[in-house]
Design a protein around this ligand. Structure first.
Ligand SMILES: [Zn+2]
Length: 310
């Protein structure tokens, strides 16, 4: 039964002081409207009622379901070499290097990617030399064992057996309806001292404040919940997770995606270079970096850990 949040308190801070607003499905251009609640205490956002037909809003072409791209043996060797140099000298960073270098998991750390989609990120880590990787995503078709060190499971993370050294969610948390349940499951499945990386859109976004329901990462109705930094930190700490660090990692998408919606267009990243000029996109990249430094970008990385003694 989908969750009905209407009439309840903020799932992050517990405040009942909330106001509702309407958000429109814009990515596919369906135009259906959904009621959301904004917490007036911590600023977090969540959908009032999860639609029964939520699956209809995930098209087959949704990015998570693209086919996993395998590397040939030469590229795998190069990726391992690069990871080794990156681990030692901090140069030749892969695109995900900025969060990996903060977490510094060992090569045999047990790592889960929750909401792993096609498992591409885990595959890249596997090529880089990590040996104990598992992906969980109820929307993948079947269990895939890519090697003895990398498996993908078509199930909820709750069903995972045993504990992990690192749990990651890359833009998956906001698609799940019960933040408290998700964080509690992570806490339970982390080894003491284990780490939880959450990357997700945040309601601290300046674009959200300026453009309201045109904000591209509001993404109704797929994004069921978008916490503020304050809200997510509060809930995490209540469960027993410590927020070690916060890093904004928003990019130019917040500007061009929102501008497309302002123009009444659908989201189509395929032709973005024909809609915006190179200087325009470069300006947006610079603005995103500035927003990140100021803590008003539209997405962030939360580096939580489970204390050794809890
Ligand atoms: Zn709140």
């Amino acid at each position: 039964m989908p969750t009905d949040f209407s009439g309840k308190s903020c799932p992050y801070c517990g405040s009942t002081d909330q106001q509702s607003f309407l958000a429109e499905e814009r990515m596919l251009g369906k135009g259906d409207k959904f009621s959301y609640l904004e917490c007036l205490s911590c600023g977090s956002l969540h959908i009032s009622k999860v639609p029964e037909n939520l699956g209809d809003y995930y098209p087959k072409s949704y990015y998570s379901f693209q086919e996993l791209q395998f590397s040939n043996p030469l590229f795998r060797w190069l990726k391992r070499l690069r990871m080794s140099i990156f681990g030692t000298f901090g140069i030749f960073s892969p695109i995900y290097g900025y969060w990996l270098k903060k977490l510094r998991p060992s090569r045999n750390a047990r790592i889960a990617d929750v909401g792993c989609g096609n498992g591409q990120l885990l595959y890249e880590l596997y090529c880089g030399g990590f040996q104990n990787l598992e992906g969980y995503d109820p929307f993948i078709a079947k269990e895939v064992r890519i090697s003895s060190g990398l498996s993908l499971f078509p199930t909820e993370f709750e069903k995972a057996v045993g504990n992990f050294d690192l749990i990651m969610m890359h833009h998956a948390f906001e698609h799940m309806e019960d933040p408290k349940k998700v964080l509690t499951t992570c806490w339970e499945k982390l080894n003491p001292g284990g780490k939880l990386l959450l990357r997700l859109p945040v309601a601290d976004s300046q674009v959200w404040k300026e453009k309201g329901n045109l904000w591209v990462q509001l993404d109704a109705p797929r994004h069921l919940t978008i916490p503020s930094v304050k809200g997510l930190q509060h809930l995490g700490e209540k469960i027993g997770l410590k927020l070690d660090e916060l890093e904004f990692d928003s990019n130019e998408f917040q500007f061009w995606g929102t501008e497309l919606y302002e123009r009444g267009e659908k989201l189509d990243s395929g032709n973005i270079d024909s809609v915006f000029s190179k200087p325009e996109l470069s300006e947006m990249q610079k603005k995103a970096l500035r927003f990140n430094q100021e803590g008003i970008g539209d997405q962030a990385c939360f580096y939580f850990s489970k204390p050794l003694k809890s």
